[in-house]
Design a protein around this ligand. Structure first.
Ligand SMILES: Cc1cc2nc3c(=O)[nH]c(=O)nc-3n(C[C@H](O)[C@H](O)[C@H](O)COP(=O)(O)OP(=O)(O)OC[C@H]3O[C@@H](n4cnc5c(N)ncnc54)[C@H](O)[C@@H]3O)c2cc1C
Length: 294
């Protein structure tokens, strides 16, 4: 393998990065490098120019207020994993980053790189959809705010343009009555997720007042499990209710579009999905303070 040569440019600010993208329309952005550099090494990518955005301080770090968690795009998984505030305010995302790859991947990989370049089994896609996140991007002339469910939907209108930078991920902050969870079956050979399910549940009294559930490793991109949500919303929680809701995880998923590859057949993924959905729901309920009767 002989990686090509490219010009390396380091961006000092978001505006500088956007200017460099205008000057070099075929440039690739470099954040953590854990998708781009293997692609260059394998000759799947051959950019003439690489624009490094990893040193832009304005898009690094985590801000937590009462209402919202703001995460800068070049914040690494390790920085997210170590942020105790994130574990309380956006539990599913904190749990998802803590099980990505290994320590080396988590030390370099960034939330923005993961979302901008979504490998089809990205752990973050489910967690970001279930957390009702908003993806903020800037281009040369405008800013866009894209709901996570739309961002992952197969819709060219929400795809990132080549001259656009993902800058921030905003997540509504959890309250005491909200619990989140991310559970994953890891691929034995790749360490990527074979399948993962994220849930975020708010309970008022003993009833579910808000619920979001999403999965990765089922179809090409993360997908919301609306039938599960519809079954639980407004219900009083017990083991049967959760099991019934989880059993509907495959409803609404186009089985023809399910991932069927060397790692796992579509049938195996279909078997795993309700089980992992049930686990995610039980853990989210527990973290929302519910003692779920069997
Ligand atoms: C051994 C290994 C194991 C892994 N395991 C997992 C796993 O278990 N789960 C998982 O989810 N992922 C896994 N990954 C993928 C890893 O999380 C990558 O780090 C991630 O997909 C890309 O993030 P990055 O910051 O490294 O992006 P980079 O590789 O730097 O960038 C990739 C591309 O994304 C785009 N990009 C990056 N940042 C931005 C931005 N802010 N705005 C616009 N475009 C941008 C650019 O096109 C860039 O070329 C693994 C990778 C490796 C090598």
């Amino acid at each position: 393998m002989h990686p090509g040569t490219y010009e390396y440019l380091s961006a000092e600010s978001v505006d500088h990065a956007l200017d460099l993208l205008v000057d070099h329309p075929d440039a690739e952005l470099l954040a953590g490098g854990h998708s781009l550099l293997p692609a260059i090494t394998n000759e799947a990518a051959d950019p003439d120019v690489v624009v490094d955005i990893s040193e832009i301080d304005a898009i690094r770090g985590i801000e937590v207020t009462d209402d919202v968690v703001e995460i800068g795009a070049v914040t690494t998984y390790a920085e997210l994993q170590d942020a105790a505030r994130l574990r309380d305010a956006a539990t599913a995302v904190a749990e998802a980053v803590s099980v990505i790859g290994d320590e080396q991947v988590r030390n370099r990989g960034t939330i923005g790189g993961n979302l901008a370049h979504p490998v089809r089994v990205s752990d973050l896609s489910a967690a970001i959809i279930a957390s009702d996140a908003t993806i903020v991007t800037v281009g040369p002339h405008s800013e866009r705010r894209i709901a996570a469910a739309d961002f992952f939907a197969p819709n060219p209108a929400t795809d990132l343009a080549a001259d656009e930078l993902l800058t921030t991920v905003e997540i509504p902050a959890s309250t005491g009555e909200t619990g989140g969870a991310y559970v994953k079956q890891q691929s034995v050979t790749m360490r990527y997720s074979l399948l993962g399910v994220a849930a975020r549940m708010t309970v008022e009294g003993d009833r579910v007042s808000a619920i979001r559930v999403a999965a990765n490793g089922v179809t090409e991109r993360g997908v919301g499990l609306e039938p599960v949500e519809d079954t639980l919303r407004g219900e009083r929680l017990d083991g049967d209710t959760i099991e019934t809701a989880a059993s509907r995880a495959l409803d609404g998923i186009d089985t023809e579009a399910m991932i069927d590859d060397d790692q796992a057949s579509a049938a195996y993924r279909a078997d795993l999905l309700p089980t992992y959905t049930e686990q995610a729901l039980e853990t989210a309920a527990e973290r929302a303070g519910v003692d779920v009767p069997a």
